[in-house]
Write a protein of this length. Structure first.
Lengths: 356, 356
DNA sequence: CTGTTAGCGCGTTCAT
DNA sequence: ATGAACGCGCTAACAG
């Protein structure tokens, strides 16, 4: 007969249904029910008949296992953490999406934490993720270049690791761990080189908060390339754009007021580049690229839609997230691994030969 | 003395530290340790001395409580779920960010699930979130206009609710639940009205998959307004833009080939509007807004940076997410609540008076 | 193959 | 104010 207990009404008890209840309805022990539902360790060692009865009962009761209880019993979970600065920022959104895609393929649930660039919050979330017994966490936010903070982060990471956790860092975080390393330095150098080849000799840089390692790396790359090309960078030729569109727009105005000689500007990310373009075009009445060239960084999806379409350094954002998640899945190795991801210059219409 | 057990070396035992271990180190029972660390039910009923010892021990051992165990014992968690279609889509990123901000303020951890527009996945995630004993979940993805699916979704939601869960929906999902309802109909009507007032009489619409309730609502609003203005909409004047930039770009080319008489296009979201603008400008050589006007929907952050800056219908995206999370916190009420969020027309440079 | 038993780590009575 | 004991729901030995 299709239903072993056709007389038992399917009235769900109050509150979550337990495995025990499923077992009773199927007329088996909870152990058997557990085995039927999760086929522990490979083989389905439950008889066909009982198995079916359990499955039916579970379906009828709309049973789903209690994940916390399962986690406690198995002392392992199926969740991973991903911490970013801000999901609303397309840069992090893309990385998170890449990571989540891979997570899904492997049946992992992801806890997403946004720190809004507050180091304290990063530490806090890491602790909470550890408490959740998250299998691993991807530190996707830029690292903070702060000695004391790095020390505390390392301590927290160590504790997490001692608990069996695994952390993968995106970019430099000053901790020994698996790392996905975007070529920030090389990318910035690429941008400078591109402009140099177009004949530019007077560069400006719209930077970001120096507390972020990502900013430092990109800045280093740009300055290194400038230097090895025999060019300098005056203090007036660089400004902090705050890593947001609006700040960058204002910063660009200030920059041009201080250094009107510039013919090219390297902007350390696309979000800010959008602001710089707006300032040049709408506030200063300068024509890009005829009067001044602009290069961005990241190649966010909207870069091609800006006015003019932005020449920028492409970072494989979704890949960064995906590969970081991959590293999690291939588990921690004896030696921390490093995966270098290359950048690529995407030439669009915001750069051209230097005006003379 | 500052440390009650100064002779005990601080060597963390292998694996996660348990409350029991903290208790032993502090020389108290696990019950006392539990109370000292979490001050159950209001009063901190633990003596100052013992309290300090426990706290010290916990810190020294870098103890964090085992959330799954806690969840089991308390039969409640501190996590909420947020399900979206795709985090990489700025629309969802903004909503998620809004929700996460509020979640953070209240110490809630969020599990983010991306369905990539697969209804099956939505059901699956809902089940998993239920298994996780997530306190509540925000269904932020657009609903699917599918009878059978809606039935299954309702069943899943009911089961979740029976377990004590709480769901709040963003937009129409065909289920009875707390809902944050963006004024999609009114917004689309606003767009049409704006163009009409500028003298346009020949409209085109770049739509999205009709399976999404969001699309249907916006489409309804636009058609209703058209109709009440005494205007019609020929089948050739509407096309599905697939809800992505690329599809929309191709769709726009097709649309204009079929209906060259159009002087205005209403695009059902900004992502597609970016594609439409690209098609008009780069593929078709049409000048916007002089030859043809375009209105988008959502007012994504990049809308102002498009070429030309996009006139669009603003949706308070971050608010949508934040208010949805608010509803979660104010718990389920006897009657499902509905919060209507208004749209607003943001006039920029992609619209102007109709050419004659 | 299936049932019984014993934890997993924590909160929470109930005594003291 | 503190400790002992039990139970949350499930998995993992251990017996049959």
């Amino acid at each position: 007969m299709p239903n072993p207990t056709p007389d038992t009404p399917v009235t769900r008890p109050a509150g979550p249904v337990t495995l025990q209840q499923v077992a009773e309805r199927a007329g088996v022990s909870s152990a058997t029910a557990s085995r039927a539902l999760h086929g522990s360790s490979g083989t389905r060692i439950v008889g066909e008949e009982l198995r079916r009865r359990v499955l039916d009962a579970a379906r009828e009761l709309r049973y789903v296992s209690n994940a916390p209880a399962q986690a406690l019993a198995r002392s392992t979970t199926t969740v991973v953490g991903v911490v970013v600065h801000d999901v609303a920022d397309p840069y992090f959104a893309a990385i998170a999406a890449g990571a989540m895609g891979v997570a899904r393929e492997h049946g992992l649930l992801v806890m997403l934490a946004a720190t809004f660039r507050d180091p304290e919050l990063e530490l806090d979330y890491l602790g909470r993720l550890r408490a959740q017994r998250a299998r691993a966490v991807v530190l996707a936010g830029s690292g903070f270049a702060d000695r004391e903070f790095t020390r505390r982060l390392a301590a927290e990471v160590d504790a997490y690791r001692a608990d069996g956790g695994h952390v993968v860092a995106v970019g430099a975080h000053g901790i020994a761990s698996d790392t996905v390393r975007p070529a920030n330095r090389a990318g910035a150098a690429l941008a400078v080189r591109h402009l140099y080849d177009l004949g530019h000799r007077s560069f400006g840089i719209v930077s970001g908060p120096r507390t972020l390692t990502t900013v430092r790396d990109r800045l280093d790359g740009a300055r290194w390339q400038l230097r090895s090309l025999g060019l300098g960078l005056l203090p007036t030729q660089m400004i902090d754009g705050g890593f947001t569109r609006e700040h960058a727009r204002a910063a660009a105005r200030t920059l041009l007021a201080r250094a009107p000689e510039l013919t090219a500007i390297v902007v350390l990310n696309d979000l800010m580049a959008a602001g710089v373009l707006a300032a040049l075009r709408d506030d200063l009445g300068l024509r890009v690229p005829e009067q001044i060239s602009v290069v961005g960084f990241d190649d966010l999806p909207f870069a091609a839609d800006l006015n003019p379409p932005l020449t920028t350094v492409r970072l494989p954002l979704a890949d960064i997230g995906a590969r970081a998640m991959d590293m999690i899945l291939t588990g921690p190795t004896v030696e921390p691994r490093t995966l270098d991801l290359d950048t690529e210059l995407v030439v669009r219409s915001s750069t051209t030969t230097a005006p003379r």
